[in-house]
Design a protein around this ligand. Sequence first.
Ligand code: DQA
Length: 144
Amino acid sequence: MKILVLNGPNLNMLGIREPDIYGKDTYDDLVALIRKHCESSGIEVQFKQSNSEGTLVDYIQQAFFDKVDGIVINPGAYTHTSVALLDALKAVQIPAVEVHISKVDEREPFRQISYVSYYAQKTITGKGFQGYLEAVDFLKEYTA
Ligand code: DQA
């Protein structure tokens, strides 16, 4: 099984950005955590991060040609604005889990809409980095 973990804008700033909301661990810590989890489950995993909407669309399209079985996606702020990311996921038809580190449902009104949720098979919020591991486990079961 092959999984893509895709992170959107400002998630490369984990550990620096608003640590009271996103924690003190870095993006590299997140990658290491997920990599270890996937290794122990025999899952092949690739990681991509971009601050640009179009590049994220390109990465989702590339997942189709790379024959990726599942996508874990934290679209960052593009969650709340991007029809393009939704359309890309709909185009490739790869099972996807949407992850948010923070409790988005308890935050500002502009964070209460998620376009990606219209496609995602599951959404996990407010569980910190652990949410990504749950997403991997869900995809493993879902695609079995
Ligand atoms: C986020 C929540 C978004 O609202 C925010 O723009 C982010 C991170 C999260 O992981 O909690 O960049 O997706």
